[in-house]
Design a protein around this ligand. Structure first.
Ligand SMILES: Cc1ncc(COP(=O)(O)O)c(C=O)c1O
Length: 423
């Protein structure tokens, strides 16, 4: 019987039973964290081989370039070839940077703000208003980047196949709308893969702003934890075919393949955009860490080898995601108070609690020693109008701890829902 079908008496009895369960869980003094998409120790250990590399002096030279000294601002050729192979674009379209794709994203927006992009009539700081499209629920750090530059964040609903393209096509008629965030494969937090139809409509947009920018964050493009690798189209080629060669910047990093914070990141875009950005970045730095670029390339080798590595990681990640979804199916589904997605890759499970209960649920979780991403984080300005979406990040805790953390979450979801329904 679902909670809304229960009589007031039945709900009261259920609440008392759950309260006891909650007190017992609290008494365990748990300290568990499902807040951010951090790989577990077991997963990090899979990259330990990287520390044995670069011992032979021959490893310091690649394509005739000594990686130990200045030069090659846009990255070493072997790293460009590797990322181009993964993303399906050409090496000339790849700029390999430092340890974080988020930093490259921030820098791209920052340069648009201070200097403008290739087709900007003026730097964005000179615009009266800059509006930015944010598919929701989405990645909190994306939203904060555009918020920090004072852009007006416009929510675009996500559908099962990506952002609502009717809403996007309507919004881009406004010349103040300068761009959109996209995580096209295994979106954060819903794990949605944009459909071909959505991708084609996105590439064919005819925005009023001449410098409209698609921030195509392909962070999880080889991050399947269930099933076979799903090939994905090259957005750069699609935009070019649609007469928009300079409209997209794609981002990728090895953070969730080798070591977060100690991997390498890139952006990929038209050669005209590469030339434009190169000129600006040349003033900012003499070059990124090519020693690490070389180390990562030696470790990762090629796309086939990377996919093999990801299959290994999937044996660690898969059981964790199954634990989350199966526990929710068993414990929460019969109550009818929430629904959740069943991702096959990426780093998150997105759950929609009964409207008006996400904050209360997470406050209860905290009280019982389980830290989750704060409620609202998946929406612009940290405000979920429904107070419903909860992002679960199961990658960090070992399965035994995860089982406890999800048990806590299930009890808290139910307590919050019963309180909302009235006791
Ligand atoms: C969608 C998305 N993009 C980017 C990042 C951060 O990547 P990086 O470590 O390359 O900065 C994350 C991290 O969780 C993410 O979820």
């Amino acid at each position: 019987m679902t909670y809304s079908q229960m009589s007031a008496e039945e709900r009261k009895a259920e609440y008392a039973r759950l309260q006891k369960e909650f007190d017992d869980l609290k008494a365990k003094g748990l300290n568990l964290n499902m807040a951010r998409g951090k790989p577990s120790k077991q997963q990090l250990d899979l990259a330990n081989g990287i520390f044995d590399l670069m011992r032979d002096p021959a490893d310091y030279v690649t394509d005739g370039i000594d990686v130990r000294t200045y030069g090659e601002l846009t990255g070493i050729p072997s790293a460009k070839r590797l990322f181009a192979e993964v993303l399906g674009c050409r090496p000339e379209q790849v700029f390999v940077g430092g340890n974080s794709s988020l930093q490259l994203m921030y820098d791209t927006i920052s340069k648009a703000y201070t200097h403008g992009l290739l087709h900007s009539p003026r730097p964005w700081c000179k615009e009266e208003t800059v509006k930015w499209l944010c598919p929701v629920p989405g990645y909190d750090r994306h939203f904060k980047v555009t918020e920090t530059f004072g852009f007006e964040l416009v929510s675009i609903p996500m559908t099962d196949e990506g952002p609502d393209m009717d809403a996007v096509e309507e919004a881009v008629k406004d010349p103040a709308v300068k761009g959109i965030w996209c995580v096209p494969k295994f979106s954060n937090p819903e794990g949605i893969i944009f459909s071909d139809r959505v991708i084609h409509r996105m590439a064919a947009l005819k925005p009023a702003a001449p410098d409209f920018l698609i921030m195509w964050d392909n962070a999880y493009c080889i991050h399947e934890f269930e099933g076979d690798f799903i090939p994905f189209p090259d957005m750069l080629a699609l935009c070019a075919e649609n007469g928009n060669p300079d409209m997209v910047f794609e981002f990728f990093s090895t953070s969730k393949i080798t070591l977060p914070g100690a991997g390498i990141a890139c952006f990929a875009c038209s050669e005209a955009n590469i030339a434009y950005m190169k000129k600006l970045i040349d003033i900012q730095t003499i070059g990124f860490d090519k020693v690490n670029q070389q180390r990562q390339v030696l470790f990762l080798q090629n796309k086939a080898h990377m996919l093999e590595m990801m299959r290994q990681r999937a044996t660690i990640m898969g059981p964790k995601f199954r634990c989350v979804v199966e526990t929710l199916d068993r414990e929460v589904a019969p109550t009818g108070i929430a629904d959740w997605r069943r991702p096959k890759g990426g780093y998150f499970v997105s759950l929609n609690a009964m409207p008006g209960t996400a904050k209360r649920t997470l406050a209860l979780c905290k009280e019982a020693g389980v830290t989750m991403t704060s409620a609202g984080a998946t929406f612009p300005y940290g405000k979920d109008p429904q107070d419903s979406n909860i992002r679960i990040a199961p990658s960090l805790p070992p399965v035994e701890e995860l089982e406890q953390a999800i048990a806590v979450l299930c009890v808290c979801l139910k307590l919050a829902a019963l309180e909302k329904l009235g006791l």
